[in-house]
Design a protein around this ligand. Sequence first.
Ligand code: FES
Length: 143
Amino acid sequence: MHTLDLVMRQDQDYFPIPIEIASLLPDQLNHRRVSEGVEVVVFSEDNDRYFIARDICPHMGAPLAQARLCRKTGTLQCRWHGYIYDSGTGEMKENPNDKLFTKIKTAFQSYNPLSTPKYRIKRLSYEAAEGKIFVRRGAANET
Ligand code: FES
C-alpha cells in the first residue's frame, strides 16, 4: 500500500502519527505517541514484524513502557505487580503473586485456581511503508 493511500485513510483506520522505523532502538521497548493522548510500546520481532500495543498493562493500567522485555524467554514483565506476558501473543503467562497467595487462598473452599482472571495485552495491527509504521485503531488479536 502506498503512503498516500494510508494518509488518506488515517482519520478512519489509523492513528495520525506514524512511527519512524529508523528511530526504533533494537531489542528494546520503544515508547511512542501515535495520537493526542494515545501512546504505544513497540519493538521489532524481526526485520519486518513489530509488536505494538497500547502503553497500558491490562491488569491495572501500569505503563508498559516500563515493563521488562526479555528476548530469551519471550516475555514482557510489568513493573507494578510482576505479571508476565507472552511477548508474541500478549497472553498472560504467569502471575507471580499466585505463588505467594496460593496457601492462603486454598484455605477457602470457594477458591478455584482455574477461575483466576486471564489478562492479555492486545496487539495493534499496522501497515509499514516507506520507513514508517502506521498503527491501526483497534486490536489485532481480539477474538
Ligand atoms: S498493572 Fe501491570 S501487573 Fe498490575
